[in-house]
Write a protein that binds this ligand. Structure first.
Ligand SMILES: [Fe+2]
Length: 180
C-alpha cells in the first residue's frame, strides 16, 4: 500500500486520520497501527479490544476520545483563551492506545485476558517504540508515554494534559457504566 492507501484503509475505522493535514504524518500514524496489527493475532483493526474481560472495541474508545478531546478543547478555548494544537490532539488520540492491540488477547478458552506483553511491558512503551520507528518526534513520544497513570512522568503539554483527562473519563464511563 502507498501512503494514501494506508490512510484511506485506516480511515474506514478511524476517520479523524483524514483531519491530519500532512500526508507523511497521517501515513506514519497508519504505519504504527498496521505494524502493531502485524504483531497481533487479529485479522482486522476493529477486532482489537479496549480492555480484558470486556467485548468493547479499541477503535470505539479511540474515536470517542479524539472527538471528545476536540470538543472540550474548543469549549475551553472559547471561555478561557487557552489555545490548542488540534492536530496534536488528533495524532495523540489516534496513537495513544495502539499497544492495546497486543495487550489484550484471547486465552486458550477464548476469554480476553491481559497478554504476556501487557503483563511485562508498561502501557504506552510498545506504542512509543513503533512511533519512534515511524518517525514521530520526542514531543509525541513524551505524550504517548505520559498519557497513562501507570507511569511517573507528567506531561508538559496542554494537549497531553487535556487528553489524559478525556481518556480517563471515557475509560471510567465504559468500565463502570457500559451498556446501562
Ligand atoms: Fe485510552
Amino acid at each position: 500500500m502507498d501512503k494514501q492507501e494506508k490512510i484511506d484503509f485506516l480511515a474506514q475505522y478511524l476517520p479523524s486520520i483524514k483531519q491530519i493535514s500532512n500526508t507523511d504524518t497521517a501515513a506514519a500514524v497508519a504505519d504504527v497501527w498496521l505494524e502493531m496489527l502485524r504483531l497481533s493475532p487479529w485479522d482486522s483493526v476493529d477486532q482489537a479490544k479496549f480492555k480484558e474481560g470486556m467485548d468493547v472495541s479499541l477503535i470505539s474508545h479511540v474515536n470517542s476520545t479524539v472527538e471528545a478531546a476536540l470538543a472540550v478543547s474548543r469549549i475551553i478555548t472559547r471561555y478561557h483563551k487557552v489555545t490548542f494544537d488540534e492536530e496534536k490532539i488528533i495524532i495523540l488520540g489516534l496513537l495513544h492506545d495502539v499497544d492495546k492491540i497486543i495487550e489484550y488477547l484471547p486465552d486458550a478458552n477464548g476469554d480476553l485476558v491481559v497478554s504476556d506483553v501487557g503483563q511485562k511491558i508498561q502501557h504506552g512503551v510498545m506504542t512509543a517504540i513503533l512511533a519512534y520507528q515511524a518517525g514521530f518526534d520526542t514531543d509525541m513520544l513524551h505524550m504517548i508515554l505520559t498519557h497513562t497513570s501507570t507511569q511517573n512522568m507528567k506531561t508538559i503539554f496542554r494537549e497531553g494534559l487535556l487528553f489524559e483527562h478525556i481518556d480517563i473519563c471515557d475509560w471510567e464511563m465504559v468500565v463502570k457504566f457500559y451498556g446501562s
